[in-house]
Structure formats: structure tokens, C-alpha cells
Design a protein around this ligand. Structure first.
Ligand SMILES: Nc1ncnc2c1ncn2[C@@H]1O[C@H](COP(=O)(O)OP(=O)(O)OP(=O)(O)O)[C@@H](O)[C@H]1O
Ligand SMILES: O=C(O)C1=C[C@@H](O)[C@@H](O)[C@H](O)C1
Ligand SMILES: [Mg+2]
Length: 169
């Protein structure tokens, strides 16, 4: 079996990292890790509960630890929206794979996450969400090897576009 570099999907909440990741790992027939899911499984708590009982900093420590434990090859990794806020996380993703930024507009994310209560940093006023979005855009752009716009595409189409970039690498 030919081994491939990891593919790390980054982007804001609701950009489709988890949805695209599942589709992508089927297309590439490789392993799959969703860092948010692993944090929840390891702690036996939802992300909402971790934020409420231990705070965001504790979540960030769990998240970085999970990233460090991901195998160094053959995985599609759907990351959490804030993983790029820690430079060491970015360094590790750069060293072990290709970073794919799923670029999505704020208005599209707002539409997708309208009823969502499972993301503590989305569950705050619109001004704060917008500020977080603006603050992170440059971080996502600066560390990405590949950027795929998602606004008017299904997540299957986004996954297929990622494959076309990877095959062309
Ligand atoms: N390309 C798309 N078209 C339409 N809906 C989408 C698309 N991508 C994701 N969604 C929807 O948006 C919601 C959030 O998607 P998803 O959980 O994959 O985002 P995420 O980037 O993993 O978010 P988080 O950073 O919080 O983990 C889901 O309801 C999903 O079905
Ligand atoms: O953007 C963020 O900071 C987050 C995104 C989600 O994937 C989760 O990692 C958590 O809700 C925090
Ligand atoms: Mg996700």
C-alpha cells in the first residue's frame, strides 16, 4: 500500500472540515481523525461541557495533545476551528502533511450554523463571532498549502476538489 502525507483540513467553524473529511477519506481510502471527536471521546464529555466546566484553555491543551498523537502519515485530519491559534500545532501540521484551508464566507457560515448550539464560540453575540472570524482569516491563509472555497459547493464537491489538488501535487 502506498502511504500518503497527512491532509489537515483547517477553517472556521462550519466551513465543513468534518463533513468534507469523512467524504475525503472514503475517496482516498485512508485513515480518518476528527480532533474534536477524539477530544470528546477521551474526556467522555461534549465540547460544550468541557468549555463550561474546565474552560477554553483546558480544551486547547486537550486539542493540541490529540493532534500530537495523530499518526504522521496516511490520515485525513479534520481539525477544530481554533487549532491554528497555537503556533506549535501549525508547525506540526506543516511538518507532517498538506494543510488545506476550507474558505467560507461569514454569511454562509451563519446560514449553516443557524440552529447550532454545539459550538461554544459560535454561541455568542454576532459582533464577537465576526471579530473571531476576522482575526482568524489571516492565520488560516498564511498556513495553508491549498485553499478551497466552499460557499456554493456541496461537501462532496469540495472533497473531490481537494483530491484533484492532491493528485496534482
Ligand atoms: N459544503 C457544504 N454545503 C452545505 N452544508 C455544509 C457544507 N459543509 C458543511 N455543511 C454543513 O454545515 C454544518 C457544519 O459542518 P461541519 O461540522 O462539517 O463543520 P466544521 O468545519 O467541522 O465545524 P467545526 O470547526 O465546528 O468542527 C453541518 O450541518 C454541515 O452539514
Ligand atoms: O473555532 C473554534 O475555536 C472551535 C471550533 C470547533 O471545531 C471546536 O474545536 C470548538 O468548538 C472550538
Ligand atoms: Mg468539525
Amino acid at each position: 500500500m502506498i502511504k500518503m502525507k497527512n491532509i489537515y483540513l483547517i477553517g472556521f467553524m462550519g466551513s465543513g472540515k468534518s463533513s468534507v473529511g469523512k467524504s475525503l477519506c472514503i475517496l482516498l481510502d485512508c485513515d480518518y481523525v476528527d480532533t474534536d471527536t477524539v477530544v470528546e471521546e477521551k474526556n467522555n464529555k461534549t465540547i460544550v461541557d468541557i468549555f463550561a466546566s474546565e474552560g477554553e484553555n483546558a480544551f486547547r491543551i486537550y486539542e493540541s495533545k490529540v493532534l500530537r498523537e495523530v499518526p504522521f502519515e496516511n490520515c485525513v485530519v479534520s481539525t477544530g476551528g481554533g487549532i491554528i491559534e497555537n503556533e506549535k500545532n501549525v508547525e506540526q501540521m506543516k511538518n507532517t502533511g498538506i494543510i488545506v484551508y476550507l474558505e467560507t464566507s461569514f454569511s454562509k457560515i451563519d446560514e449553516r450554523l443557524k440552529m447550532d448550539l454545539s459550538r461554544p464560540l459560535w454561541n455568542q453575540n454576532k459582533q464577537k463571532k465576526k471579530e473571531l472570524f476576522e482575526k482568524r482569516i489571516d492565520l488560516y491563509r498564511s498556513c495553508a498549502n491549498v485553499t478551497v472555497k466552499t460557499d456554493d459547493k456541496s461537501y462532496h464537491d469540495v472533497a473531490a476538489e481537494v483530491v484533484s489538488y492532491i493528485v496534482g501535487e
